[in-house]
Every structure is written in structure tokens, then in C-alpha cells.
Ligand binder design. Structure first.
Ligand code: 5GP
Length: 194
């Protein structure tokens, strides 16, 4: 069991059969030591991929992405969920439906931050139905850049997002893959039970 899996077991709260709360280290309070480990893991996995930029989405994708960017020596761009006063440039935008929040957000980046020369690693905190990651991949494609792969901190393997992205021939690397949250118990892929 890796450091992240141990943290999920000790601090994660199973809110339902499909939702895991990890506010104590990823979604509200952030554990910098764990983020450093996560960043180094992503950097190792994609070391040979020629990554020139990381693309993530605010807000919970930012911490793991910054640490991965530090390890890989590349900048990190985060898509915004709300139009900001300063986001006045030409934009790449994509619509992202959230099943957990039952709302659609238009995510955007200024088009100057990703160009057709970029090889992009998409990073996010969770992979559930894949809409956030697919929206980010859509932005990479609008820019004419190359999507080198997707790095996910926690994939819920019992939801369809991983399949949707892998079916498109895009590499997905998840640092923890959860097979089940049934009965309040976290079961990782390859484990029978805990
Ligand atoms: P997707 O677009 O893959 O359906 O969902 C990904 C986004 O939904 C993530 O960026 C994350 O913010 C949120 N999310 C989905 N499932 C969970 C969950 O079980 N726990 C938490 N904390 N966030 C989740």
C-alpha cells in the first residue's frame, strides 16, 4: 500500500457508496508532504513523455499539479470555472457537467497558455465519470496541442470515466484506484477487502 492509499484509509470518509471525502489532505486542508510525493509519482510516470505543460482545473487539481510541475520543471495552467475580471483574452472553453454537483460549468483558459507545440499532461484530483478530464482534453485539442496523458490522484474505478478516456487511446495513470466504497469500506483495485 502506497502513502496515498494509507492516507485514504486513515483519513478518508466514505460518505456514500459513491462518494469519498478527503478534505483533510486534498480538498480543503492540504498535506504538502503528500502533495510532494504525488507530484514526484506523476513526474516519474511521465518522465519520458516529453511534457511541456500541465493542465488542471481549479481548485483541487492545483496542489498536486504544482508539485508535479516542480518535479518535471514545467509550468502549470489551471482552467477556471468562473469567468474572472482579468480573463479577458481569447479563450478556449469547454462545458463540464458534474454528476456530484448536478451542474454544468464552463471551464476556460486564455489561449496564450497552451499552444500547438505543447505536450500536455492533464491532472485532476478525482476521476469519476470523466467529464472534468474530458473537458480538459477538449481544451488541449482546441489548442492543437498533444495530450500526453491524464494523471489522477484518486480514480473511482467503479465509475465510467477511466474507461471513457482509455477507450480514446489516452494514457491514464491513477495513483490510487478504488474498486468499491460499499458498506463504508474503501477497497482498492487488486484488493479483496480491507
Ligand atoms: P468527473 O468529472 O470525473 O465525473 O468528476 C471529477 C470531479 O468531481 C473531481 O474534480 C472532483 O472535484 C469531483 N468528485 C467526483 N467524485 C468525487 C468524490 O468521490 N469525492 C470528492 N471529494 N470529489 C469528487
Amino acid at each position: 500500500m502506497n502513502l496515498l492509499q494509507q492516507k485514504i484509509i486513515t483519513e478518508g470518509q466514505v460518505l456514500s457508496d459513491s462518494i469519498l471525502k478527503v478534505d483533510s489532505f486534498l480538498n480543503h486542508q492540504i498535506d504538502p508532504q503528500l502533495m510532494k510525493y504525488i507530484g514526484e509519482e506523476f513526474a516519474g510516470l511521465f518522465a519520458e513523455a516529453g511534457i511541456t505543460k500541465i493542465l488542471t482545473i481549479e481548485s483541487s487539481g492545483i496542489a498536486p499539479s504544482v508539485m508535479a510541475g516542480l518535479s518535471l520543471g514545467v509550468p502549470v495552467v489551471f482552467a477556471r470555472k468562473r469567468k474572472s475580471l482579468t480573463l479577458v483574452d481569447q479563450l478556449y472553453s469547454s462545458k463540464v457537467y458534474s454528476f456530484t454537483k448536478n451542474e454544468t460549468n464552463e471551464i476556460s483558459i486564455a489561449n496564450s497558455y497552451i499552444t500547438s507545440d505543447d505536450v500536455v499532461l492533464v491532472i485532476d484530483d478525482f476521476l469519476a465519470n470523466g467529464q472534468a478530464a474530458l473537458g480538459l482534453i477538449d481544451i488541449v485539442e482546441q489548442a492543437g496541442a498533444t495530450a500526453a496523458g491524464v494523471g489522477i490522484v484518486i480514480e473511482k474505478g467503479f465509475q465510467n470515466g477511466g474507461n471513457l478516456i482509455r477507450e480514446r487511446g489516452i494514457r491514464v495513470e491513477s495513483l490510487a484506484i478504488i474498486d468499491s466504497l460499499s458498506d463504508g469500506i474503501v477497497t482498492f483495485k487488486g484488493e479483496n477487502s480491507r
